[in-house]
Design a protein around this ligand. Structure first.
Ligand SMILES: Cc1cc2nc3c(=O)[nH]c(=O)nc-3n(C[C@H](O)[C@H](O)[C@H](O)COP(=O)(O)O)c2cc1C
Length: 383
């Protein structure tokens, strides 16, 4: 007789717990987390989500620490509920690579590719290395610790044991987003409190700390990754599902697959409070272009809505500059695109879940709606 191991699932049903362990750990009412999205998730969005009982996260990537501090204070002025701050811990940003050390042949090929697009958009051509990036991550972390922000959320790299300890010393809960079982286990070994398992469907960047090949960047879809991570970390570590979830059905499915809660990016991009360009929000809801992985916008693999920039850059295949120096090189093109609401030339990070999004919702109302729908489908409370 082969005796099967009982399947591990998350949420209250698994342990007959009275409260969801993720909600208890984070001090929130509903296990719904809004991703800290660079340039999209500002303090208004985060405050609205937190005030509605979810966890709002302020995106702090490449934002000067003083400005992030103002955002933190703004959230605190709107709500006394917990919230978080997100940054990347990518190795190429610790510290940022120097433009004068770049391969000049690569810089020339990148600029030639970008110049073809600049000419078509009436922008002056450029040559030579891009401007340097400010080295902000260490200072942002110090400020987040000083401010005793309730939750620190890391993308594109797992916080070190030492960093986790510094956050724990001031009572901050640490979340890290990973794409595979090995990284989930490493995060737990380092003392991370909440593991976010990011499936291949996810919008934005693949959450890895160094750049993989195109093939390795693909990763597992959430339907496989979630039970695998749950089995690996055991039932006591809160696991959050990210990628492909945009409605109550997705939340219910994630919980059945082993998650304690969900983290949504693309769905919160299409809200009234999100700071994304209106054309980008419309493109998410238009269902007329696919998403795909490209490194053409930042130098790191990200899922975006396909547009002319991504298509032309990927076809020319000149190679890309290290993390975010690619943004620095193409920054004039993206700035002009934002000014002109030209969706063909701006990065439009979005996940496969865009296919499920039809309307722009107010963020707080969305948190309540998603929770109610998931509970109706599951026939029980998820809080
Ligand atoms: C517009 C956008 C920006 C994002 N920016 C970040 C970021 O700055 N830091 C981060 O850790 N994750 C970021 N993500 C990824 C999310 O954390 C998350 O993995 C993803 O949105 C989940 O999949 P979904 O888009 O299908 O909900 C971003 C996602 C989107 C859509």
């Amino acid at each position: 007789v082969v005796r099967r191991r009982p399947l591990a699932v998350g949420g209250p049903s698994a342990h007959d717990a009275i409260v969801n362990q993720l909600c208890a750990r984070l001090g929130i009412d509903a296990p719904i987390i809004q991703s800290g999205m660079g340039g999209v998730a500002g303090p208004n969005l985060a405050a609205d989500v937190s005030a509605a009982g979810g966890l709002g996260i302020v995106g702090a990537l490449m934002v000067p620490p003083d400005v992030v501090r103002e955002h933190i204070r703004h959230v605190r002025s709107c709500t006394d509920r917990p919230f978080g701050v997100n940054i990347w811990l990518h190795e190429e940003l610790l510290p940022p690579r120097r433009p004068d050390e770049l391969d000049q042949g690569l810089v020339g090929r990148v600029q030639d590719t970008l110049n073809a697009m600049r000419v078509d958009r009436g922008l002056p051509p450029a040559s030579g290395p891009p401007g340097a990036l400010p080295d902000l991550i260490g200072a942002t972390i110090d400020m987040v610790i000083e401010e005793r922000v309730p939750v620190f959320s890391a993308g594109l790299g797992i916080p070190s044991t030492e960093l986790v300890r510094r956050f724990h010393d001031v009572g901050t809960t640490v979340m890290a987003m990973v794409v595979d079982v090995d990284d989930a286990l490493e995060a737990v070994r380092r003392g991370v409190d909440v593991v976010v398992a990011q499936g291949a469907e996810a919008g934005g960047h693949r959450s890895v700390g160094s750049k993989p090949s195109r093939t390795d960047a693909e990763g597992l879809g959430a339907i496989v990754l979630l039970p695998a991570v749950r089995d690996a970390v055991g039932s006591d570590v809160p696991v959050v599902a990210a990628g492909g979830i945009a409605d109550g059905r997705g939340i219910a499915a994630a919980i059945v697959l082993g998650a304690d809660g969900v983290l949504l990016g693309t769905r919160f991009l299409a809200t009234v409070e999100s700071a994304a360009d209106e054309g980008w929000k419309k493109a998410v809801m238009a269902h007329d272009r696919p998403t795909g992985l490209t490194d053409s916008f930042t130098g790191q693999w990200a899922r975006t809505l396909r547009n002319e920039y991504a298509q032309r850059y990927d076809e020319a295949a000149p190679g890309t500059l290290p993390s975010l120096l690619q943004v620095s090189a193409a920054g004039d093109i993206f700035a002009a695109a934002r000014e002109r609401h030209d969706v063909e030339m701006m990065p439009m990070y979005a996940g496969q879940s865009a296919r499920l999004i039809d309307e722009l919702s107010p963020a707080g109302e969305l948190v309540r709606q998603l929770t109610d729908d998931a509970e109706r489908i599951l026939g029980r409370s998820i809080r």
